[in-house]
Ligand binder design. Structure first.
Ligand SMILES: C[S@@+](CC[C@H](N)C(=O)[O-])C[C@H]1O[C@@H](n2cnc3c(N)ncnc32)[C@H](O)[C@@H]1O
Length: 230
């Protein structure tokens, strides 16, 4: 089990590697509003919180992460990949959005998210595939981000009207301060006039984040190509 070290930043506790597992209902909102084409790559899979929900919905999933969190293939740096794993055309993740994860990339969270999103768009566009990233809703309003999303012809922003509770500590759980959205791209779809804004409510009560599946049901654990592969 990876040790989780809280880091204080502007009064907000972050965890090492920016490991924030995504609650089940958040992925269900994506599935209810976007028709994903599998197999799907989850390149920052953590403990499989998203991957398990996708698998339960019938998708084949390739799950990788830089860290070993006991799920999927560990030791794969998303930034070092040069294409999707074989067979995958859809990339879905909740990226690390702090200061770049435990490899210590410098800079602010928003700038790192921009770099992550640029790379994800490059890989998904190259595969003529789909891309869904979970981001803070406010983040998409930044000038450089808006320009990137416009240039990449974002298909839709699936906005969660319910705020995410990142850590479920029973009665002590606190709902987050931010609203989130899935930004969704489909590089195989015919052009549309502009991105649509879709609202997803989620459940009235936030359910346990774990899907009732374990790793053994995942069919694929392929390695994506990296720059080192040439
Ligand atoms: C916010 S957590 C989300 C985990 C999972 N996607 C989920 O939604 O439950 C971000 C994950 O990104 C991983 N990560 C951080 N930097 C990475 C990198 N450069 N390449 C691949 N994974 C990375 C962390 O280890 C962590 O598990």
């Amino acid at each position: 089990m990876t040790k989780v070290r809280p880091v204080h930043e502007s009064g907000f506790e972050r965890v090492e590697g920016d490991f924030y597992p995504t609650p089940v209902w958040v992925t269900e909102c994506l599935l209810s509003k976007a028709a994903l084409r599998g197999p799907v790559w989850e390149p920052c899979c953590g403990d499989g919180a998203i991957a398990k929900v996708l698998t339960a919905a019938g998708h084949e999933v390739v799950a990788t992460d830089l860290a070993d969190r006991g799920f999927g293939a560990a030791g794969i740096d998303f930034f070092a990949t040069s294409q999707m794993p074989e067979g995958c055309r859809t990339l879905v993740t909740n990226p690390p959005y702090g200061d770049g994860g435990f490899r210590g990339r410098a800079g602010k969270a928003a700038a790192n998210m921009l770099g992550f999103t640029e790379h994800a768009i490059r890989l998904a566009r190259q595969a003529e595939g789909q891309l869904a990233l979970l981001v803070r809703f406010q983040w998409i309003a930044g000038k450089r981000v808006a320009s990137l999303l416009t240039e990449a012809k974002m298909h839709s922003a699936i906005v969660l009207t319910r705020r995410i509770r990142w850590f479920d500590n029973g009665g002590d759980s606190k709902t987050g301060q931010h609203h989130h959205a899935w930004i969704f791209f489909d590089f195989a779809a015919p052009p549309i006039g502009g991105p649509s804004l879709v609202f997803a409510d989620g459940p009235d009560v936030q359910r346990d984040r774990r899907a009732p599946l374990d790793q053994s049901v995942l069919p694929l654990f392929g390695r994506p190509s990296t720059d080192a592969d040439g």
